[in-house]
Ligand binder design. Structure first.
Ligand code: HEM
Ligand SMILES: *[C@@H]1O[C@H](CO)[C@@H](O)[C@H](O)[C@H]1NC(C)=O
Ligand SMILES: *[C@@H]1O[C@H](CO)[C@@H](O)[C@H](O)[C@H]1NC(C)=O
Ligand SMILES: *[C@@H]1O[C@H](CO)[C@@H](O)[C@H](O)[C@H]1NC(C)=O
Length: 483
C-alpha cells in the first residue's frame, strides 16, 4: 500500500453517556454526530502522563481553542478511524469545510473538558498535495512536508475519527461521505482501537506505550524526569518556533502518519530463541528480560535503567517514577556501561537523555498513535507466523519534521553507531532501526555479556506506508482554506 492522500482527517469519539444528540437534518441527508458527554471519551491509562485538565487548559498561553485536540491529548484514545481521501472538487470541498466541518472540529480545550467533549471528535489534516489542490500557496517552510513522505523512502527506510463507540464513528463517516459526495474520493481507511482488557495501553508487542512525552513549557505540569520543551518545538508559531511561517498557521502542527505493521508471533519467537542464560530464571522470564532490554522498558512500562533484572509493575504504573531516569549511575561510566539499559534499546535510541548530556530538546515529538488489528490468534501463536494485519497507527506531532520524526528515525534509530560510545558500536534499534534492506546486528542485549553482538533475523516492524500532513489551526479552516 502506498498512501499519497491529499489530506487526512482525524475523527475521534467515545462510548456511552450521551447527554444530548441533535435530530437528523430535515433533509434525507445523513446527520453529523453531535451532542456532548457526561463521562470522558478518554481513558486515563496506567503509567501514562495524565490528560491535560480544564484548569491547565484555561491557564494556558497557547491558543487552545484553536489547536486541534489530538495534538495535545496524547495516547489515551480508545478508538479511532483514519480516513484518507483525495479532493476532486476544491470549490465544493471548501464550502463544506468552512460551513459544516470547521464548526465540529474538536479543539484541545474541548477535549480536555468532559462537559465540552463531543460524541465523536473530528480532527483534520492536509498533505502538501491537499493544500495545493485547495490553492494554498503559502510556504509552511518544512521541506519534508512539501516533498511528501513517499519521497523520503531513502531517508527512512489521513483523516481520523476517534471515539469509543464504533457505531458513532460509522455514522460520522457516513455523514462525511454524503456531505462531500463526489468532491472527494476515499483512498484508504484504517480502524484502530485500544487493545482489550488488561492489554489496554499496551502496543501489539505487549509493552505499555505513550509513557515518555514532552511537557510543553508553560502548559503541562512536568512530571519527574519528563523533558520540558518550548511549545514551538511541537506547535507551529508558538514560543521559540524559529521558522518563518504564515501567520494563519500559528497553532498548527505537522502530523507524521505511518501505518506500521508488527509481526508479533515472529518477535515472540525471536525473544524465546535468543534469550541468554540467566541463573534462576525460567525461559519465559529470560525472554521477558531480553525483550525489556530491546525496548528499554518491561512490558509493564518499568524502565530497565531503574529495574535492570526483574520487572517492577508498580514502578511501571507510576507516572511520578517511571520516567525519572537518565542512564547515569554512581560509580559507572555512561560511555561504556550497559548493565542497566543497552545503548541500542528503542527508548535510548530515540531519546538519549544523558548520553547527549540531556541536550537535544529540539529533537522531540509528541506521540499520538493507537494500535490497529486483531489480537494474535491461537493459530498464529502456535505457528509463529503472522496471518492477520496488526500494528501501530503511528502518529507524531512536531513543528519541524526534519528535527522530529525524520531525525529520530534516520539519524538515531537507523544509525548503528549512535549514540557514540567508547569501545563499542551500539548496533541497531531492534524495534524500528533499518539498515537499508541489509542484515542488522546489534549489541547490549545480553545482560551478562553486553558487548556480544547478535544478528537480527528480520524486521519485526514493517511500514505499510504513510504521509506527512499539516494539522492546521481550526480558525484557518473557515478563513484561508475557504478563500
Ligand atoms: C511499531 C513501532 C513502534 C513500537 C512498537 C514502539 C514502542 C515503544 C514503546 C513500548 C515505548 C516505551 C514507552 C513510552 O515511553 O511510550 C516507546 C517510546 C518511544 N518511541 Fe516508540 N515504538 C514504535 C515506533 C516508533 C517510531 C517510528 C518512533 C520515531 C521515529 C518512536 C519514537 C519513540 C519515542 C520518542 C519514545 C519515547 C522515548 C523516551 O523519551 O523515553 N517509536 N516506543
Ligand atoms: C467546560 O465546558 C463547559 C461546557 O462548554 C463550560 O461551561 C465550562 O466553562 C468549561 N470549563 C472550563 C474549566 O473551561
Ligand atoms: C515456534 O517457536 C518456538 C520457539 O522457538 C518453538 O519452540 C516452536 O516449536 C515453534 N513452533 C513451530 C510450529 O515452529
Ligand atoms: C549494515 O549492512 C551492511 C551491508 O550493507 C553491513 O556490512 C553492516 O555490517 C550492517 N551493519 C550492522 C551494524 O549490522
Amino acid at each position: 500500500m502506498r498512501l499519497s492522500s491529499p489530506f487526512a482527517v482525524i475523527l475521534a469519539c467515545a462510548l456511552g453517556n450521551v447527554v444530548s444528540r441533535s435530530l437528523p437534518r430535515a433533509s434525507s441527508n445523513p446527520a453529523a454526530v453531535t451532542g456532548t458527554r457526561k463521562t470522558s471519551m478518554f481513558k486515563n491509562l496506567a503509567g501514562l502522563p495524565p490528560i491535560p485538565n480544564a484548569a491547565q487548559i484555561s491557564a494556558a498561553t497557547l491558543p487552545v481553542d484553536d489547536i486541534q485536540g489530538d495534538i495535545l491529548i496524547g495516547m489515551h484514545k480508545l478508538q479511532q478511524l483514519f480516513f484518507f481521501f483525495a479532493i476532486n472538487d476544491p470549490a465544493t470541498f471548501k464550502t463544506h469545510l468552512a460551513n459544516d466541518i470547521a464548526p465540529i472540529v474538536a479543539s484541545a480545550s474541548q477535549l480536555s473538558n468532559v462537559t465540552a467533549q463531543p460524541l465523536v471528535a473530528l480532527n483534520i489534516a492536509f498533505s502538501q498535495t491537499g493544500l495545493t489542490a485547495l490553492g494554498i500557496t503559502d510556504n509552511l517552510n518544512d521541506a519534508a512536508f512539501s516533498a511528501g513522505q513517499v519521497n523520503d523512502i531513502n531517508n527512512l527506510g489521513e483523516t481520523t475519527d476517534t471515539c469509543d463507540q464504533q457505531s458513532l464513528i460509522d455514522q460520522q463517516v457516513t455523514f462525511l461521505e454524503s456531505l462531500f459526495g463526489s468532491s472527494i474520493t476515499t483512498l484508504h481507511t484504517l480502524d484502530a482501537s485500544v487493545r482489550p482488557g488488561a492489554e489496554a495501553g499496551h502496543e501489539p508487542f505487549g509493552f505499555v506505550d505513550g509513557i515518555a512525552q514532552p511537557a510543553l513549557n508553560g502548559f503541562h505540569d512536568p512530571l519527574p524526569g519528563q523533558i520540558v520543551v518550548d511549545p514551538g518545538v511541537i506547535i507551529v508559531g508558538a514560543t521559540n518556533d524559529a521558522i518563518a511561517r504564515p501567520a494563519w498557521a500559528t497553532g498548527g502542527s505537522f502530523l507524521v502518519f505511518r501505518q506500521l505493521q508488527q509481526l508479533v508471533p515472529e518477535f515472540n519467537k525471536f525473544m524465546l530463541d535468543n534469550a541468554p542464560p540467566f541463573e534462576g530464571k525460567t525461559l519465559a522470564q529470560r525472554a521477558a528480560l531480553f525483550g525489556a532490554r530491546i525496548v528499554g522498558r518491561w512490558k509493564s512500562g518499568a524502565p530497565v535503567d531503574l529495574a535492570p533484572v526483574n520487572d517492577d509493575p508498580a514502578l511501571g504504573a507510576d507516572p511520578l517514577r517511571n520516567n525519572n531516569f537518565d542512564f547515569t549511575h554512581p560509580d559507572s561510566d555512561i560511555t561504556s556501561d550497559q548493565s542497566h539499559c543497552p545503548f541500542s534499546a528503542h527508548i535510548r535510541k530515540v531519546r538519549p537523555r544523558a548520553d547527549l548530556n540531556g541536550a537535544a530538546p529540539a529533537n522531540t515529538i509528541l506521540r499520538s498513535g493507537i494500535p490497529f488489528g486483531p489480537e494474535v490468534s491461537d493459530d498464529e501463536a502456535a505457528s509463529n507466523t503472522t496471518t492477520q494485519l496488526r500494528g501501530l497507527a503511528f502518529v507524531a506531532y512536531q513543528a519541524q519534521i526534519a528535527k522530529g520524526f525524520q531525525f529520530l528515525q534516520r539519524a538515531w534509530s537507523n544509525n548503528a553507531n549512535f549514540p557514540p560510545r567508547k569501545n563499542v558500536s551500539p548496533g541497531f534499534d531492534v524495534i524500528i532501526g533499518q539498515n537499508k534492506s541489509a542484515v542488522r546486528t546489534t549489541v547490549g542485549l545480553d545482560v551478562n555479556n553486553p558487548t556480544a553482538a547478535i544478528s537480527i533475523p528480520q524486521q519485526f516492524v514493517v511500514s505499510n506506508g504513510g504521509e506527512y500532513f499539516f494539522s492546521p489551526p481550526i480558525s484557518a479552516l473557515s478563513t484561508i482554506f475557504a478563500a
